[in-house]
Write a protein that binds this ligand. Sequence first.
Ligand code: AMP
Length: 282
Amino acid sequence: MNITGVIEEVRAQVKEWKRRGLSVGLVPTMGYLHEGHKSLIDRAAAENDRVVVSDFVNPIQFGVNEDLSTYPRDIEADKKLCQAAGADLIFHPKPEEMYAADFSTYVEMQKVSEGLCGKSRPTHFRGVCTVVCKLFHIVTPDRAYFGQKDAQQLAVIRRMVRDLDMDIQIVGCPIIREEDGLAKSSRNTYLSVEERKAALVLSQAVFHGEALMKQGERRADIILGEMREILAAEPLARTDYAEMVDADSIQPLDVAEGRVLVAIAVFIGTTRLIDNFIFEVF
Ligand code: AMP
């Protein structure tokens, strides 16, 4: 496995693979890799001849008061995980390699990126779309792998690929959780012991909402009301949102219909965590 921070080296390597007729999978990440990321790399390795993992804390997807400077980083541990998972190349650029001092072109999306996380993080998806578009141009993968954990991000990327005719298959992968239910996240490392316990309300709310839907409940106000009650009962938790939306368009639903996404974002202390479930009603 190789690692490089240089765009031209990635291009040269991928060109050489493609000359040999090999397929290429891309797993975009911000590093500090865990089992959730590993599940994407494993899947990419199973479905492609070669796998590129990008490991880049993308500054332009962070808002001014967000955690860019404190975001956890450990490239040595990331290398080990990538190697074990069967990655062939890690792309680990410096911000200057990705963004020229006079960088001025962005990918902006309407609607799909505006609700849920887009409401409290108004420039976030512009940063995500722009960096993912750049990664797609640098790596030119056949397939790219994203986690359902960031369900709105997955919907946004699918829409970008469709709208801009990118010839890349987007593969969504299930949420990987800790044994007690908490969705794995690099941001979980911010949590104190007390906060780590409190963070369980996210998965408890998600599992409760999912159980209600399995029992046949379809009304958003009932499902979200009960989920919000679970979240409100935890003193260390402050709910940013709990919403039911169409999983593809991210438009709000009053009654569950089609492929439904129920998503929450909750502050545990100062750490903002997200979780969700998808439920199909046909
Ligand atoms: P990040 O490094 O947080 O930007 O995540 C990189 C990719 O890994 C994204 O596609 C995430 O959705 C995915 N991912 C992060 N955590 C998990 C998880 N617990 N389960 C599945 N995928 C995940």
